[in-house]
Design a protein around this ligand. Sequence first.
Ligand code: XMP
Length: 496
Amino acid sequence: DGFAATKLFNQGYSYTYDDVIFLPHYIDFATDDVSLATRLTRRLPLLSPVVSSPMDTVTEAGMAAAMASLGGLGIIHSNLPPQVQASMVRSVKSRRVPLLSSPTFKSSEHRIDSLDDFDSSPYVLVTQSGSPSSKLIGYVSRSEWLQLDGDKKDARIDTYMTSSNELVVPWNYSLAQMDNYFKEKKDMDLAALVKEEEVVDLVTREDVDRLKEYPRLGVGTVGPDGGWRVGAAMGTRLEDKERLELLVKAGVDVVVLDSSQGNSIYQIEMIKYVKGMYKELDVVGGNVVTAAQAENLIRAGVDGLRVGMGSGSICTTQEVCAVGRGQATAVYKVASIASQHGVPIIADGGISFSGHIVKALVLGASTVMMGGFLAGSTEAPGAYEYQNGCRIKKYRGMGSLEAMTKGSDARYLGDTAKLKIAQGVVGAVADKGSVLNFVPYTLQAVKQGFQDLGASSLQSAHDLLRSGILRVEVRSGAAQVEGGVHGLVSYVKKSF
Ligand code: XMP
């Protein structure tokens, strides 16, 4: 019944995730017995197969910290000056709670200028010199400052701040340890995370109480030093070597060479450079969609491959350049070759539902990389806006003209071209709430898909597919309609 994957994917068609469907197999274990533990690259293990894309509307420090806390990983985009990208890497690695509040620092002689000083945190921290790397002596809360009389508001901070030298906790306290801390210190509502005499951030009792509500914030992706792990994107130009040096100094765990067509002399030379200079650092190459492209990069020494060309929700590469591949075929074909060399692949782009994640993983990917699926969340960069009564956040392709003028043109090899050609669009996605909420929910749905297929792990799914035990079919247009919600009129619930 059905087809073996090898037969289905060798008939000259380019299939997307929606084109294909798996036939169910046999269940002899519970959903919670499914393990989605995996590897991003040869040497980087993850508890969850989810990675956030290096896009300037998806992954900065806040998203990367959240993804790590979920057992996945964030790749910080490179449409930023190298120093700023490196400081984001440092910031993610300096904590074990999925929060970034970045409070304003002042010295006791300073004044609070305006409410803007409380923009990123409800507290201003007071240190001896006014910089994060000197001794903490007190704090001011927004509500206290607002209650001060007019003149007092303009006075030196030490005339009204709350003095305290008891706020300090170790930077690598986990959420559980922070919770215990606040349970013991009943009269304290905030704690400062301190690493090597530098205040790296602030955690409030309210934050911890809110985070405790999220399901499955477990161990997360923690590095050997006890902080989150994080990745960063970079290009293949000469100046990217300087960027790389800063990223390595900041402790980056993996670098991703960001290109829409990775099989190039530029990338091969950069892979060799990275592997020669920084032996301990894993490097992801790509993007690729064919076995031949993958083989070239594997020969150059990559530790992971990013797969996908033109399948992303904001991509126009296939239309503009007539190059690319349906994502299901691309993942299957590249995985077939990469698995022989022990190189994990990242299925990048085209994920709209949990079912797409199941398909990517079963077809051979070790992780999925997502842009649009995570954009619009609380943790995505940018502010919410309102459009037609809907709360939205901007989401744009890195090949859109808007993003390319900020520097991402190198990804599309447009850096030397005088005329830039857009390969992506600018759009918006609806507010989705926190990734801490909807990603665990999505992963539970993925586990159910694995259970239906009789696969209790990624390895067993890959084995079932390659051995031909797991059967696949192509869905006709009508089967795709049937497989979605259909035949309903909208139902507005009335309250009686
Ligand atoms: P999703 O579907 O998750 O896709 O939103 C995210 C992936 O799309 C790629 N990307 C682009 N591809 N033009 C393209 O052809 C673009 O402007 C663009 N921006 C991002 C990228 O691989 C990302 O991870």
